[in-house]
Write a protein that binds this ligand. Structure first.
Ligand code: NAP
Length: 286
């Protein structure tokens, strides 16, 4: 068996086309969807991420504002900027790029963002909405994984999904989304005693750990779907995921590559969330 690739670039292109069309429709009503991105400090990876997000907005016809602040910015000044953006009617989504410098309480800043503009889906109100099945913004990375499963017509009802990783931004929301689609979900983490025993039972595996080869071919049931969220560097410095892609391709039915898998989908779902925030503000979506 050679697993079919779930191509995050191709799916992103399709979904971003839809975002662009809906943005044009909103503009006809006088509303341009707007995203504000706040970057504090000069973390090189964060600089790349925010650049990519701003470019993706421009390509899809969304207005974006990038606010760069020195690493010495104090917490109250950052909270004041967030409040100003909460009050700005031209901004529908606010994203504060993490990590923040150590002297700033990231949770406090996240909670300062209006839930109506929380397009990253990290606010506790968004987490609560996901947990209770209420409308709200879903965190972009697991949301992108769900879209990838949807794109292959995968019916999760009654399937066993194993999520490796339990972070607040990937693993836990991923588990809740899978549960909402009627999968039976197991969440594994660093204290899981026998990871292989768990993954071998899985119809769907989502690896979100941040360690190379956390999932190898002998840990995958033939025909399983494997989604690789991890972003790591191999010995040659090339980007790679958490799973042994080459070997698992011979066992799984579908697999996401790294790069070109979950990564582009994360930015795509940020655009979707921003557009939907603008649609709600314009009264064309409840
Ligand atoms: P994180 O906060 O560091 O969480 C990692 C999780 O993996 C933790 O729950 C940890 O368990 C678990 N873990 C660590 N070692 C393990 C092991 N040997 N076996 C099983 N579980 C283990 O990371 P994150 O923010 O969720 O991100 C995970 C990965 O996804 C990273 O590589 C990150 O760069 C990548 N990522 C990619 C995107 C994208 O757009 N493609 C977006 C976000 C994140 P404990 O809870 O017990 O410590």
């Amino acid at each position: 068996m050679t697993a079919q690739l779930i191509d995050g670039n191709a799916l992103s292109q399709y979904l971003r086309g839809d975002v662009a069309a809906r943005a044009t429709a909103l503009q006809a009503r006088g509303v341009t969807p707007g995203l504000a991105v706040i970057l504090v400090g000069d973390n090189p990876a964060s600089q790349v991420y925010v650049r990519n997000k701003v470019k993706a907005c421009a390509d899809a016809g969304l207005h974006s504002v990038l606010e760069k602040h020195d690493a010495t910015l104090n917490e109250s000044a950052l909270l004041a900027r967030v409040q100003a953006l909460n009050d700005d009617p031209t901004i529908h989504g606010i994203l504060v790029q993490l990590p923040l410098p150590a002297h700033i309480d990231a949770q406090k800043v996240t909670e300062a963002i209006s839930p109506a503009k929380d397009v990253d889906g990290f606010h506790i109100a968004s987490a609560g909405a996901l947990m209770t099945g209420m409308p709200g913004f879903w965190p972009c990375t697991p949301y992108g994984c769900m879209k990838m499963l949807e794109s292959i017509g995968y019916d999760l009802r009654g399937k066993h999904a194993v999520v490796i990783g339990r972070s607040n931004i990937v693993g836990k929301p991923m588990a809740l989304m899978l549960l909402q689609k009627n999968a039976t979900v197991t969440v594994c983490h660093s204290a899981t005693r026998d990871l292989k025993a768990q993954t071998l039972q899985a119809d769907v595996i989502v690896a979100a750990v941040g360690k190379r080869n956390v999932l190898t071919a002998d840990m995958v049931k033939p025909g399983a779907v494997v989604l690789d969220v991890g972003m790591n560097r191999d010995d040659d410095g090339k980007l790679c995921g958490d799973v042994d892609f080459a070997a698992i391709r011979g066992v799984a039915s579908h697999i996401t590559p790294v790069p070109g898998g979950v990564g582009p989908m994360t930015i795509t779902m940020l655009l979707v969330n921003t557009l939907e925030a603008a649609e709600r503000a314009a009264g064309v979506r409840s």
